[in-house]
Design a protein. Sequence first.
Length: 220
Amino acid sequence: MARAFPQAGEEVRLPGVRLVRTGAGYDLLAAGVGPALAAASTATALTAAALDGSPYDVVVSAGIGGGFQPGAPVGSLVVADAITVADLGAETADGFLPVTELGFGTVTHRPPISLVRGVSEATGARPGTVLTVSTVTGTAARAAELRARHPQALAEGMEGFGVAEAAAAHGVPVLEIRAVSNPVGPRDRAAWRIGDALAALTEGFGKLAPALESWNTHDQ
Ligand SMILES: O=C(O)c1cccc(C(=O)CC[C@H]2O[C@@H](n3cnc4c(=O)[nH]cnc43)[C@H](O)[C@@H]2O)c1
């Protein structure tokens, strides 16, 4: 992704976070793996910017992910119209209950739909729900369970909901983009195509800036 910003970047030192300020007006943050670290890293960057008097306009969570087949083939891009945490809740004898059905919390954040549409048109990313999981799906049974609970799901990753929670706490719009590196289903490391997915993500990022900038100017 950083390859999509060829201008030299300046490192900004923040506690526990590696942030690079590109010459193009975007900050790049390696947010770490999993929703908790991604939330903590994002919140650190958002808080530092707010205290500095220069809050962010938008947060983009990007990475590789699993794709639900046939909607999101390996190598394709997905942009989230819903960022949903799939495993935050309680297991019961009658099945999984999300925290919202227990009476508290949040399970979904919705990026601005005009931004999702603009990014989809600019990059070719397919719009759909992106699930956040703490455990990578590794069986057909779990994939089927997730699909039954989230029929609109196109992809799963491990960070989007954490990033979205931090962005929501700061009142900043959020976007999630996943490049599909593997199908969601039975674990098969030989089928992972991480290089292809990263290449697709870099190409998508090259087309993202104009979409973000035109949305900022016209659609907010
Ligand atoms: O070897 C495994 O089975 C395995 C277990 C846990 C994590 C991994 C990763 O390499 C994923 C880490 C990273 O990539 C994203 N990602 C990629 N594909 C998926 C997926 O099918 N489900 C969830 N996350 C995925 C994730 O966002 C992490 O950042 C491998």
